[in-house]
Write a protein that binds this ligand. Structure first.
Ligand SMILES: [Ca+2]
Length: 433
């Protein structure tokens, strides 16, 4: 009886320590791809759910423990009864006869009584220890319940209340702006071919242009070295005030670019460490389906002052450099899925997911270098190209400070216009375009 009880108690302690480890864990699998808001929600919800699932099991174990204790108590009672009975019979035996045989018999009985008493004391000791284990577990359970309640409260607040999602919906951010939305922020959109709506950050300017933002780098707070599934589903956090970094997700970008027959412009905006800003536009931008490894295609470089890095760059040491660093027509590669034109794995080597060739002249998901400063150690054995690169701007490996990648229908962009200039030019034409 005692060993099985101890085993149960030990198992219970194991369970308790396992659950406390889980509260510090992180579960990517339980994240819902579309819940891109609320930094702690997916994790704490998961932990909270886990704890709530786990409590009934522990309660059952505790009940079993109690039943076992009761049966031990019954056994002990039985032993005590037996001792009393034997004491009585010893006394009566002593009274009834003074002969040697009886003396011997009664001293044997007395030995038995002593042994039984010893057993009873040991069992009582064991019961005491088990009761201590039980109350320690009960205290632990109460603590866990308390933590669970706190987590549940914490979870329900930022999930539902603190992130402001705009009420207007549409097929993309331009559609949202066309319906009267004037504030940049979080909106639910559903492109024509999307199975369900999803959340995006819409950048809406004073001229009624709604950009659907698909990538944002601003401070290096998010690691962009992710695998295929993460790039497919998207990662990072959307924020209503454009303060966070994220990749919207290849599947969503694909759906955004194939849901309309109208040409889509990919606008790339860049900021360097001196605060200079440049941009590049590509029209007829399109991302193929996953079956085609989210292949990047565009019609042509539509303008901008950052240069056409997607077309490759002649580094001067090999005539084929430009061809092998161009990006139009490249499939997407990640550290666990090599679709590039290189013997090795560019994405793994440079720590990002991107439309790698052999390897790149543009690389906006690269490693973040605060201040843009590389060290020998950062460069590793492959050189300095693993940063955030748009090589046609600084004409060298220069890691940028901020990037934005966003989509807008071609009809809302005018040729040759910069961000400000383009906006002025467009604004002068009114909302009719
Ligand atoms: Ca390769």
């Amino acid at each position: 009886m005692a060993p099985s009880l101890l085993a149960i108690a030990g198992g219970l302690l194991l369970l308790v320590s396992f659950s406390s480890a889980q509260t510090r864990g992180d579960s990517i699998a339980s994240c819902t791809p579309n819940d891109g808001f609320g930094k702690y929600c997916p994790t704490t919800c998961g932990v909270s759910d886990y704890l709530f699932r786990y409590i009934p099991g522990v309660n059952r174990d505790l009940d079993n423990l109690l039943r076992e204790l009761e049966s031990i108590a019954n056994l002990t009672q039985g032993a005590e009864d037996q001792v009393v009975f034997m004491k009585d019979s010893t006394t009566s035996a002593q009274k009834s006869s003074q002969q040697d045989a009886h003396f011997k018999k009664s001293s044997n009985i007395l030995d038995d009584v002593l042994r039984f008493e010893k057993t009873v004391v040991e069992q009582e000791q064991q019961i005491l220890e088990l009761q201590n284990v039980l109350s320690a577990n009960e205290r632990r359970m109460a603590d866990l319940k308390q933590i669970s309640i706190q987590l549940q409260q914490k979870c329900s607040e930022p999930c539902k209340d603190s992130v402001e999602i705009q009420p207007i919906t549409g097929t993309d951010c331009q559609d949202v702006a066309n319906k009267g939305a004037t504030n940049s922020g979080l909106y639910f959109i559903k492109p024509a071919k999307a199975p369900q709506q999803f959340l995006v950050y819409c950048e809406i300017d004073n001229f009624g242009r709604g950009f659907t933002v698909i990538q944002r780098r601003r401070d290096g707070s998010l690691d962009f070295n992710k695998n295929w599934v993460q790039y497919k589903e998207g990662f990072g956090h959307l924020s209503p005030d454009d303060t966070t970094e994220f990749w919207l997700g290849n599947e969503k970008i694909h759906l955004l670019t194939v849901s309309s027959n109208l040409p889509t412009v990919l606008r790339i905006e860049l900021v360097d460490w001196e605060g200079n800003k440049r941009y590049a536009d590509y029209t007829m931008f399109r991302l193929g389906p996953e079956a085609d490894m989210y292949r990047l295609t565009y019609g042509y470089y539509f303008g901008g002052d950052a240069g056409d890095a997607f077309d490759g760059f002649d580094f001067g040491d090999d005539p084929s450099d430009k061809f092998y660093t161009s990006h139009n027509g490249m499939q997407f590669s990640t550290n666990d899925k090599d679709n590039d034109k290189y013997d090795g794995n560019c994405a793994k080597q440079d720590g990002s997911g991107w439309w790698m060739n052999r390897c790149h002249a543009a690389h906006l998901n690269g490693k973040y270098y605060p201040g843009g400063r590389y060290t020998e150690k950062d460069a590793g054995e492959y050189g300095y190209d693993n940063g955030i690169i748009w090589v046609t701007w600084h004409n060298r490996w220069y890691s940028l400070k901020e990037t934005t990648m966003k989509l807008i229908p071609l009809s809302r962009i005018t040729a040759g216009g910069g961000q400000e200039a383009g906006a002025k030019q467009f604004g002068g034409l009114g909302d009719g375009l």
